[in-house]
Write a protein that binds this ligand. Structure first.
Ligand SMILES: NC(=O)C1=CN([C@@H]2O[C@H](COP(=O)(O)OP(=O)(O)OC[C@H]3O[C@@H](n4cnc5c(N)ncnc54)[C@H](OP(=O)(O)O)[C@@H]3O)[C@@H](O)[C@H]2O)C=CC1
Ligand SMILES: C[C@H](CCC(=O)O)[C@H]1CC[C@H]2[C@@H]3C(=O)C[C@@H]4C[C@H](O)CC[C@]4(C)[C@H]3CC[C@]12C
Length: 294
């Protein structure tokens, strides 16, 4: 009898684990034919996301300010097998432009399956210089344009039961030195999108929101800005881009990349903040520090 109980318990655990992880299976073909917007896709992680989506056979609309770079990324996406690839150039400090991007997707694709919000405006890596106007301007690019695009895209995403993917940072969950304006904008994303996600659940709105908590990645801009100061190695942008797409498509609440550099600090954040603070500060070599524009 006891043996039977143990057997039933183990079978239950096995089935629970099996069915829970079954929803985690990702195949690149799942993105075939999906209609996706990627912002900030002229370089870095956004560019790599565009290439992954192209290989998966998605319809892609990319955006950033620099038209020449966007043209090259679109050409590469077409070469890699995108169902279609388009760009629209402009700055996200203009919220009318943010809406235009979504309307362009509507005109091109007749709908939208995934909205990947990834762009960031220029800031500095250095001690807070007291310039609150810069914080306000950066909030417009890094936060308000995200909210604006979400509102504009929501009717289409409701029809497709689609995905909103928000690229944030460890610096959007944990206060870190030298990134005050940037960190402010990333924390704002957590407040807005985590709250909105809860409302979607209450309202039975079947649109997923995935907040991506990313550690140090080897993009040109990040390497140029922090190498010499930050001791930990940078993780590869190609892998990071793929993890973001997977997590978004699988409707995860949050993506942690790299797991050890994001989830572990987050576990310590509320239970051992002083220990976390000391560990994080050990990561900075301030002998090599010089304020840099990002
Ligand atoms: N790299 C890292 O270590 C980390 C990155 N992240 C996050 O990942 C995301 C991508 O970062 P990463 O790839 O490193 O950044 P990059 O600097 O490589 O790319 C930023 C993109 O945003 C675009 N952009 C800049 N200003 C504007 C603007 N005013 N309006 C519209 N687009 C603009 C840039 O193109 P253009 O200049 O042509 O407009 C570019 O395409 C960001 O959300 C960042 O916060 C999070 C943690 C760590
Ligand atoms: C050093 C931080 C990681 C600390 C840890 O122990 O995990 C990095 C985590 C996030 C990084 C910043 C970031 O979010 C992207 C910025 C955008 C730019 O491309 C330049 C670099 C960043 C300021 C970058 C700097 C390192 C982190 C703070």
């Amino acid at each position: 009898m006891a043996l039977l109980k143990v057997l039933v318990a183990f079978t239950g655990i096995f089935l629970a684990v099996y069915f829970y992880s079954a929803g985690d299976v990702f195949e690149p073909a799942m993105l075939k034919g999906k209609r996706v917007i990627v912002t900030g896709a002229s370089s870095g992680i956004g560019e790599q996301m565009a290439y992954h989506l192209a290989k998966m056979g998605s319809h892609i609309l990319i955006t950033a300010r620099t038209e020449e770079k966007l043209k090259k990324v679109v050409a590469q996406c077409t070469h890699l097998g995108a169902a279609s690839a388009h760009y629209i150039a402009g700055s996200m400090d203009n919220l009318t432009f943010a809406k235009q991007v979504v309307h362009k997707a509507e005109n091109l694709f007749g709908g939208l399956d995934m909205l990947i919000l990834n762009h960031i405006g220029h800031t500095y890596f250095g001690y807070f210089d007291g310039n609150v106007d810069h914080v306000r301007d950066l909030l417009k690019i890094n936060f308000l344009s995200y909210a604006t695009m979400t509102v504009a895209a929501l009717p289409m995403l409701k029809i497709s039961n689609g995905n909103i993917v928000v690229v944030s940072s460890v610096a959007g969950k944990i206060g870190l030195p030298l990134t005050v304006p940037y960190s402010t904008t990333k924390f704002a994303l957590d407040g807005f999108f985590s709250s909105l996600r809860m409302e979607f659940i209450q309202q039975k709105t079947n649109v997923s929101i995935t907040l991506c908590i990313i550690s140090y990645i080897d993009t040109d801009s990040a390497l140029k800005t922090v190498s010499g100061v930050i001791q930990q190695p940078a993780a590869p942008k190609e892998e990071c881009a793929l993890e973001i797409i997977k997590g978004g498509f699988l409707r995860k609440r949050e993506v942690y990349y790299q797991y050890h550099a994001t989830k572990i600090p987050l576990l310590l954040r509320d239970w051992a903040p002083e220990i976390l603070q000391s560990l994080l500060l050990m990561n900075y070599n301030m002998d090599n520090f010089q304020r840099k524009e990002v």
